[in-house]
Design a binder for this molecule. Structure first.
Ligand SMILES: C[S@@+](CC[C@H](N)C(=O)[O-])C[C@H]1O[C@@H](n2cnc3c(N)ncnc32)[C@H](O)[C@@H]1O
Length: 462
């Protein structure tokens, strides 16, 4: 692998599971750019991760897409106390320091604390403690040629902050990440949103896990308001979507924003205008009204990736076209205006169809990134949907409530199906997730009501 240099990745302290997995967002990006990335210690839930890379160029490529990453610096030293760090910096080989200390290069040193704060005067004192570094250029606080970062890490618990940091780091900043895209794509300013629109941060992470890149063909079979298409198109994907909900795709559902509830949706509220809003219109192929249990796509359709958030049956119905009647006939004359009836589409069936569809239509090496809701007390990774042609390469949790969470699963297609339909292994919890959720809510309400009655009775009885 040639000579590798140490870099410090500083992650945003949000959606920890998504970056702290070895196969999380940053590793997917490295994989996409064919960057070799090595680390001594597996990432943990700490926001700092030391990795080894070939060059600044590799670090810049990771930062050019990562949403979880706040910054990446060439690591000049790190220790569990500042004296050792200063000693390391004093012993640094000249070839590392010298190119960044030339007289024509302006510079600044920034002091950051994680889980602690300091006054300006204290920070200044810390900056001055690095005065032995042979910088010759002028100090420039805005857009300097070189930025250096001294960071003190005081742990994750704001209630037990130690008097001295656990770790101190010093590095040359190579690049910031793409956190600004989260604000640029905020749902607050999005033209068209629905009740279950995906938050842009997660949508962008999903597109990174799917390794969406320029010219890829990407499908969301449960497209809703198209948030995942926006993220995929942002990374250059040509996007397609499908959804069973006619009203949703035509922007005719009730407005989602509370302040607009009494109004009608504007005529331009639709997915294509969301893409236009972000200057991504040229990436939009189409969205169609379709039932994912009855895929209508031509059999030789090959997708680079599928990113989706299927319905869980909680905030939107899980339905598919079908009937419980034994015999149904629709006359020729009724066909143009016939609206087919729908029946329940269990989460287990949805996931089974989704994995089967992915197996049939993904290219080899293509990825399926999907959410799956789970009951936290029931969770067992062996119960997650599996298919012999799909390898699960990451599994990240987002906690939704005390008893439920959802898991973002990334699968990579490793083999072509041999024509046969393979049953997807699914535990019982996916067949009855909806019932279980509502039973749980009901039991909790009953308990709360009983508790309220007891409190009221005892208050009144006093
Ligand atoms: C969780 S929402 C997706 C939200 C979407 N990611 C967004 O950002 O707006 C799930 C979507 O699946 C759709 N859906 C439900 N059953 C379906 C089916 N059988 N076939 C296709 N879409 C279905 C619902 O209409 C809903 O829009």
């Amino acid at each position: 692998m040639g000579n590798l240099k140490k870099y410090l990745i500083w992650f945003a302290n949000e959606h920890i599971d998504f970056r702290f997995q070895v196969s999380g967002e940053v590793v997917s990006i490295a994989n996409l750019f064919k960057i070799s990335i090595r680390w001594d210690e597996k990432p943990t839930n700490h926001p700092f991760w030391i990795v080894e890379l070939k060059s600044d160029n590799c670090a810049k490529k990771l930062a050019s897409r990562s949403i979880c990453l706040r910054s990446i610096s060439e690591l000049w030293g790190f220790a569990d106390e500042s004296e050792t760090l200063h000693q390391q910096l004093k012993n640094l080989p000249e070839h590392i320091i010298k190119p960044h200390c030339e007289p024509h290069l302006s510079f600044k040193i920034k002091v950051d604390m994680f889980c602690n704060s300091q006054t300006q005067a204290e920070k200044l004192k810390k900056i001055e403690s690095f005065s032995y570094l042979p910088f010759q250029g002028p100090v420039k606080l805005k857009n300097p040629d070189r930025s250096f970062q001294y960071t003190e890490y005081y742990g994750l618990d704001p209630n037990t902050v130690p008097s001295e940091p656990y770790y101190v780091f010093f590095g040359r900043l190579v690049s910031g990440g793409q956190r600004n895209t989260i604000t640029d794509m905020s749902l607050k300013k999005r033209k068209f949103i629905g009740n279950t629109s995906m938050d842009p941060q997660l949508a962008l992470i999903m597109a990174n896990l799917a390794k969406v890149s320029n010219g890829d063909l990407v499908l969301d079979p449960f497209v809703g308001s198209g948030s995942l298409l926006v993220a995929a198109a942002h990374y250059g994907g040509f996007v397609l979507g499908a959804d069973i909900d006619y009203l949703m795709l035509h922007g005719k559902t009730k407005p989602t924003r509370v302040q607009d509830r009494k109004k009608k949706r504007a005529p331009d509220e639709n997915i294509v205008n969301n893409l236009k809003q972000y200057k991504l219109r040229d990436r939009y192929l189409d969205v169609v009204i379709a039932d994912s249990s009855l895929p209508f796509w031509r059999s030789d359709l090959v997708l680079d990736s599928i990113i989706t958030d299927p319905p869980y049956g909680l905030r939107e119905a899980t339905e598919r076209i079908g009937t419980t009647k034994a015999e149904v006939s629709v006359s020729e004359s009724q066909l143009p205006t016939h609206i087919p009836s729908k029946v329940q589409y269990s989460l287990a069936q949805i996931l089974s169809d989704l994995l089967q569809f992915a197996t049939n239509h993904l290219k080899l090496g293509g990825r399926l990134v999907t959410w799956v809701p789970v009951f936290r007390s029931d969770y067992n990774s062996d119960d997650l949907p599996q298919h012999p042609c799909l390898e699960m390469i990451s599994n990240c949790e987002q906690i939704l409530s005390q008893f439920t969470s959802r898991r973002l699963l990334t699968y990579e297609k490793i083999a072509e199906p041999l024509g046969q339909k393979v049953e997807v292994n699914l535990s019982e919890s996916y067949s009855n997730f909806r019932e279980k959720y509502f039973n749980h809510v009901k039991t909790r309400r009953e308990k709360e009501n009983t508790a309220e009655v007891i409190i009221k009775t005892s208050v009144n009885g006093r």
